[in-house]
Write a protein that binds this ligand. Structure first.
Ligand SMILES: [Zn+2]
Length: 79
């Protein structure tokens, strides 16, 4: 299936993928365009490494900590 090695947000952007972020507590899953995640990293000075980003993300349930997977579903840029 040609799984790519994805370690950083920059890798997601480069491959045209998006981040599927799953909360480790409530299991809520959200799809975030990689470019948007990258902007958040810049804004909050978070390292682009996906492991690091995952620890900084806060779910709407208030839990901090998530699992990030790459997804090939292309999300169009929001207007
Ligand atoms: Zn949650």
């Amino acid at each position: 299936m040609g799984m790519k090695r994805i370690d950083t947000v920059a890798d997601l952007v480069r491959h045209g993928l998006n981040a599927q972020i799953e909360c480790l507590r409530c299991r809520r899953v959200v799809l975030v365009p990689a470019s948007k995640l990258r902007d958040q990293c810049f804004a909050k000075s978070i390292p682009m490494k996906l492991d690091m980003v995952a620890q900084h993300l806060r779910c709407s349930c208030g839990y901090r900590g998530a699992k990030i997977d790459a997804t090939g579903v292309i999300v169009d840029h929001e207007p």
